[in-house]
Design a protein around this ligand. Structure first.
Ligand SMILES: [Zn+2]
Length: 317
């Protein structure tokens, strides 16, 4: 158990604490690359790395997979004009992502392009983190070809970590959007066990129950956003908010900030718009559902989602 870290969850108004163990790895996290950000602006250095580096091809935001691994290939002359992003160094080896043209669809023997979500389910942790970093950056380039300041065309600079507008001189940098994702926890009283509240998003028709989530708005702290989202979506008031873990989520470029929130009452009222229904679950029920032991149409988040991690770390087992 040496690789477990612990997040302290303060429940109740007293000094009682729970220690919620957190396993080390999470999908898209644990990126092993040295991003060498101080070298990105050196065009000569980058050009030299391109000659001997390896490239992860992307097509329509999909990484190339060879079996269950990311396909890292030597550079090709025809990729010279493609958008290329410097991902970082692995030892002495430079890794890049290259964005290939939509048409015609590129073909690689023994490899295939795969949507990022299903790819994340099968890729090793290292490959998943590298592919997620690449996907978020390439996706950002696709959506920022024009300057938000003047509308002029922008060009990629600094190994793909900046876009520059020659018309007005503005620089634009890759964005990461913070999202709070949280599990309300009701402390057990009168012989009842602790329970967590899970909601079913109205867009999910397949019975998926998950943690609550929402974008942090300007001027909000993490705690503010957790309280507001839970009030809006579930009509529930909360006390202490405790950070647990975070996850880069490249759809397109979020940082999921996972928290536990102390529920102040058992009562809740879902908004009916974003959240269609919600239910309290004991640790035992949550564990059983994560293990697939209950088949009644209520589904739990997939293992690549931080919601799964929040539930599992709290439920134990
Ligand atoms: Zn501009």
């Amino acid at each position: 158990m040496a690789d477990l870290r612990f997040s302290r969850f303060r429940a109740g108004s007293g000094c009682s604490t729970n220690w919620v163990p957190m396993t080390k790895s999470i999908a898209f996290g644990g990126n092993p690359l040295n991003r060498a950000s101080e070298k990105r602006g050196n065009a000569a250095w980058l050009a030299a790395q391109r000659v001997r580096g390896l490239f992860l091809p992307f097509w329509k935001n999909q990484p190339l997979l060879a079996g269950e691994a990311a396909a890292l290939l030597p550079g090709q002359p025809e990729w010279e004009d493609c958008l290329t992003v410097f991902l970082g160094l692995e030892g002495e080896e430079a890794l890049f992502a290259v964005d290939l043209p939509d048409d015609p669809k590129p073909v690689f023997e023994g490899a295939a392009f795969q949507e990022m979500r299903p790819a994340a389910m099968i890729l090793p942790a290292r490959d998943c983190a590298i592919a997620g970093q690449a996907k978020a950056l390439i996706d950002w380039h696709h959506r920022h070809g024009f300057c938000a300041n003047c509308g002029g065309a922008t060009t990629a600079e600094d190994g793909g970590y900046r876009r520059h507008c020659a018309h007005c001189g503005a620089d634009h940098f890759p964005r990461t959007d913070p999202v709070v994702i949280m599990l309300p926890i009701l402390r057990g009283t009168d012989g009842l066990d602790d329970h967590c509240l899970l909601g079913r998003n109205a867009r999910f028709a397949n019975g998926l129950h998950s943690a609550f989530a929402g974008f942090i708005e300007p001027g909000e702290t993490v705690e503010d956003a957790v309280a507001r989202e839970l009030e809006e979506e579930a009509g529930i008031r909360i006390g202490a908010v405790t950070y647990h873990a975070s996850q880069p989520w490249p759809f397109p470029s979020s940082l999921m900030i996972g928290c536990y929130a102390q529920a102040l009452s058992r009562d809740f009222t879902v908004d009916g718009a974003e959240i269609a229904e919600a239910r309290w679950m004991s640790r035992a029920e949550a564990r059983a559902r994560l293990e697939g032991a209950i088949e009644d149409g209520v589904r739990m988040p997939t293992p690549i989602a931080i919601a799964h991690r929040l539930i599992r770390d709290w439920a134990g087992g």
